[in-house]
Ligand binder design. Structure first.
Ligand code: ADP
Length: 463
């Protein structure tokens, strides 16, 4: 099958979160299975030609190769993409995000015709790529080139919808007839994700539980009704992990490699982590790691509420992440107050993330909602036991056999579960068995790629 992946961030070129991991790994898994896949993304300032051996195709399009022969095409536009951030900077989102991503989607569709790549499937991810299915079913509705093309939208987080003022609608080049409740309109504003959900042939999200949750009022962020209408075309497919990138046996970023059979290197990784974070070397207490956006979605509200009490427990805690200023300040306060217990790195730092996954004993991920979550999958792979709230992809991947789970979202429950895990850590024999078992779980792309291919085939059958 000929497949195009459209995503606004793709590993290894640009990443702010799990979307990039998925958009980078899925094409590799598809190629492995014999499919013909290409990727199209914007060319941001941070994507350096020399680093990625980028070659020129056209005046405004360049490309690099990943896997054996997957072309990643970069849509260039200095005005829109030659900026420090992907979606915004410290002061907030870029004001012209609608223009930027509408441009990207239109250019992507024009490019496919120019290079003669007639796709069976265009797989778009999140709101930034959602205008692709919208344009296909409107501007390109009678275009012979795209007659057999079907689209799949994967929603990585329904909380991010691409909402814009109605006044911006003419910029999209669409007829006003699609600005209605059956189309892109949402309470008199433009909702780009909704457009994707309405116009894509199939809609998926990144775990079976989240697929159910977002059809309810509690998790749907106002779009549950749209999903309900399409419930026969909505699927939940768990993300896989790129086991070449996330592999404790070969990871180049960590102090010493290790495996389930030989865990000695993990202790070394922990020592290095304590050094980096200037914490005392204490094998007697568990070291908890967090790699996350500092946001309420990731559980920082209940964490902030309980953090003082948590810092009094027999543990160490390292946090890597950026996000809401409010949580930066609370955590900084704690790190000043309890410098031997909690230490922070408030930045985005991929090598350091690897070191935390490898060197921690437990991975704290009490997300309020979690579409899939990669942090818990990565930590399992590194024998770092996840402690999670039972929601979305966390509920689908963590249970009492490989981690610690609480099912009432509150600071008290979080604290109780941390205490339980600290007690469990003291039984070294049992703990060792838990670590080994955690490392045996398989969350590679194999299964997920199979599911996607089945869906592609199903979508192809749709008129
Ligand atoms: P999100 O909702 O942010 O996409 P996921 O758990 O799906 O959450 O994926 C987050 C990805 O981003 C993981 O690969 C994680 O390791 C990475 N990540 C998050 N914050 C940081 C950071 N500050 N530095 C490095 N990597 C990070």
């Amino acid at each position: 099958m000929k497949i195009v992946v459209c995503a606004s961030e793709v590993v290894p070129f640009a990443k702010t979160g799990g979307l990039a991991d998925v958009a980078g790994a899925l094409p590799l898994a598809l190629e492995e299975r014999g499919d013909d896949c290409i990727v199209i993304m914007p060319k941001y300032k941070s994507i350096l030609d020399s680093k990625f051996r980028i070659q020129r195709l056209k005046e405004d399009v360049s490309y690099a190769t990943i896997g054996k022969d997957i072309k990643v095409y970069f849509i260039e536009n200095d005005v829109y993409f030659n900026r420090d951030g992907l979606y915004g900077e410290k002061t907030g989102d870029y004001k012209d995000n609608l223009d930027r991503f509408a441009f990207y989607c239109r250019r992507a569709l024009a490019l496919l015709k120019e290079i003669g790549f007639k796709p069976d499937i265009i797989h778009v991810h999140d709101w930034q790529a959602c205008l692709v299915p919208v344009y296909l079913k409107t501007l390109y509705a009678n275009d012979f080139f795209y007659k057999a093309t079907r689209t799949i939208l994967t929603i990585h987080n329904i909380g991010y919808q691409g909402l814009f003022d109605k006044g911006e609608f003419p910029k999209l080049g669409l007829d006003w007839s699609v600005f209605n409740i059956e189309g892109l309109e949402y309470y008199d504003r433009i909702n780009i994700l909704k457009g994707g959900m309405v116009f894509a042939d199939v809609v998926t999200t990144v775990s079976p539980t989240y697929a159910k949750e977002i059809q309810t009022r509690e998790f749907g962020f106002g779009l549950e009704g749209v999903l309900n209408k399409r419930r026969n075309s909505v699927y939940g497919i768990l993300n896989g992990l790129d086991y070449n990138i996330w592999n404790p046996e070969t990871d180049k970023f960590i102090a010493r490699n290790f495996s389930a059979k030989n865990l000695a290197g993990k202790a070394k990784c922990r020592e290095e982590l304590e050094e980096i974070f200037k914490l005392p070397k204490r094998k007697d207490v568990p070291l908890f790691g967090i790699v996350s956006r500092l946001a309420e979605q990731k559980g920082f509200d209940i964490l902030a509420e309980g953090i003082d009490e948590i810092c009094h427990m027999d543990l160490q805690l390292v946090i890597l992440g950026t996000g809401d200023l409010k949580y930066h300040l609370i955590m900084e306060d704690m790190a000043k107050k309890y410098p031997h217990v909690i230490s922070l790195a408030l930045k985005f730092d991929d090598p350091l993330a690897h070191k935390i996954y490898a060197g921690s004993d437990l991975f704290l991920m009490p997300s309020k909602y979690e579409p899939c979550g990669l942090g818990q999958l990565i930590s399992l792979r590194y024998g770092t036991i996840p402690l999670v709230f039972k929601t979305g992809g966390l509920a689908d991947t963590v249970n009492k056999n490989n981690g610690f789970v609480f099912d009432k979202y509150s600071s008290d429950e979080l604290i109780k579960t941390i205490k339980k895990s600290i007690a469990a850590y003291q039984d070294k024999r049992k703990w060792g068995a838990l670590v080994k078992k955690a490392m045996e779980y398989d969350f590679s792309w194999e299964e997920s790629a199979k599911h996607y291919l089945n869906l592609y085939a199903k979508a192809k059958g749709k008129k």
